[in-house]
Write a protein that binds this ligand. Structure first.
Ligand code: MEV
Length: 442
């Protein structure tokens, strides 16, 4: 596959699905098997599903869409997104198109540094216990690294040990909490299993060093040493829309950002919008999206108040957006090699490393947020949402084929996007049209 892959596929959304697939097949030299995978006929087989989880009784599908137009650090990305909510894919593509005209997203990401936590109790004096642990740091690291020699050989593995003494929670057990953090570079893996093995593996040594008793040994999903950041800088002239000048749209976005910065009630919804984009790519690419969610929201609270993961402000004739959040992703391990759809999604996204992938994720989150705030700060989101929701309503009412779009248009024009209204329109058609609209025979 060549570097000439572009994410700017004009008119893609207007093509029938088969033509979209044909275009993708040409761009990515997809095999007939890949195409069958996308069509769903080669989707996750029950036999594999049965190996992945317990009590498997089947598989579960979601629509897979492609976010278009995304450019990050000068490289184009087509973003596979698995999501049930209408407008998420369209919003990312729309936002990415504007940002692309402004030079694209600039992103960066930390090394894959994760935290394994070991909870120590009955250790005696906290200062003494801390000193003892730190004095044995090299021994703890050597033991930690003995569990994953291959990762160490590739330059990863346990890198540091930290100790935290935390005030005891209220109640009769007055001992302050002593928590040992082992910092582990998990490289291309998300690393959960690896970190848990290390945390469990070094626990007896930590008990020996402190004379204490260890309870929990587990990774932390607050992966704040593994952050990903994206920014964009959009000239106001590119923002003009809805018969409003760019200044007005930008002001609406900046006001939305101020609202989220001041109010956790708003910040939660703001971040939900960010995660609409990130979760969709996470699901398509086989990531542990619960871990990403947990990390994002814990990070959003780091200053003691829940805050937005992304912010927007005006600067010298530009709207500037920034996002920063933990991004514990993997390109090896987990379902990545097992799930055929995940492999295909990774082939489409073309990230060469997990850090590159995490930059794409951050840019997608910022793009999604931009699209939401742009509408919220100006005309509101219902108009756009309703147009897409109308298709779902049309299908629910029984429309099939071309009639889904036709009926959706009629509903939007009627200003009444409801199943009863859709049924009323279908009932008003001639017998022949109604048969065509619902895919039935006369
Ligand atoms: C809906 O899924 C997401 C939004 O509520 C996000 C936001 O309010 O910023 C539109």
């Amino acid at each position: 596959m060549s570097e000439t892959v572009t994410s700017r596929l004009a008119g893609f959304h207007k093509l029938p699905m088969d033509e979209r697939l044909a275009q993708l097949a040409r761009m990515f030299r997809l095999s007939p098997g890949d195409l069958e995978q996308l069509r769903g006929t080669e989707a996750l087989q029950p036999v594999l599903a049965n190996q992945m989880i317990e009590n498997a009784v089947g598989t579960f599908s979601l629509p897979l869409g492609l976010g278009l137009n995304l450019q990050v650090n000068g490289r184009d990305y087509l973003v596979p997104m698995a999501v049930e909510e209408p407008s998420v894919v369209a919003a990312v593509s729309f936002a990415a198109k504007i940002v692309r005209e402004a030079g694209g997203f600039i992103a960066e990401a930390d090394e894959s540094m994760m935290i394994g936590q070991i909870q120590v109790t009955r250790y005696g004096d906290p200062t003494e216990a801390t000193e003892k642990i730190l004095a044995h740091k090299e021994q703890i690291l050597a033991l930690a690294n003995s569990f994953h020699p291959a990762m160490v050989a590739r330059g990863g593995g346990a890198k540091d040990v930290e100790v935290r003494v935390l005030p005891a929670p209220e109640g009769p057990r007055g001992e302050p909490l002593l928590v040992v953090h082992v910092l582990i570079d998990t490289q291309e893996a998300m690393g959960a299993n690896l970190i848990n093995t290390v945390a469990e593996g070094v626990a007896p040594l930590v008990e020996q060093i402190t004379g204490g008793k260890v309870y929990l040994r587990i990774l932390s999903n607050l992966a704040d040493r593994r952050l990903s950041r994206a920014t964009c800088r959009i000239p106001l002239s590119l923002l003009a829309d809805f018969e409003m000048p760019g200044e007005v749209i930008a002001e609406g976005i900046a006001q939305a950002s101020r609202f989220a910065e001041a109010d956790p009630y708003r910040a939660a919804t703001h971040n939900k919008g960010v995660m609409n984009g990130i979760d969709s790519v996470a699901i398509a690419t086989g990531q542990d999206w619960r871990a990403i969610e947990a990390g994002a929201h814990a990070f959003a609270c780091r200053g003691g108040q829940y805050r937005p993961l992304s912010t927007w402000y005006l600067e010298e004739g530009h709207l500037v957006g920034r996002i920063e959040l933990p991004m514990a992703l993997g390109m090896v391990g987990g379902p990545i090699k097992v799930h055929p759809g995940v492999q295909l999604a990774l082939k489409l996204v073309r990230a060469n490393s997990v850090r590159e992938l995490s930059m794409v994720f951050a840019a997608v989150g910022l793009a999604q947020n931009f699209a939401a705030l742009r509408a919220l700060g100006s005309i509101g989101i219902q108009k756009g949402h309703m147009a897409l929701h109308a298709r779902c309503v049309a299908v629910t009412a029984g429309a099939r084929g071309d009639w889904v779009e036709k009926l959706a248009d009629l509903l939007v024009k009627a200003g009444h996007v409801k199943v009863e209204k859709a049924r009323e329109i279908l009932a008003s058609l001639s017998a022949e049209d109604a048969a065509a609209a619902t895919g039935t025979t006369l």
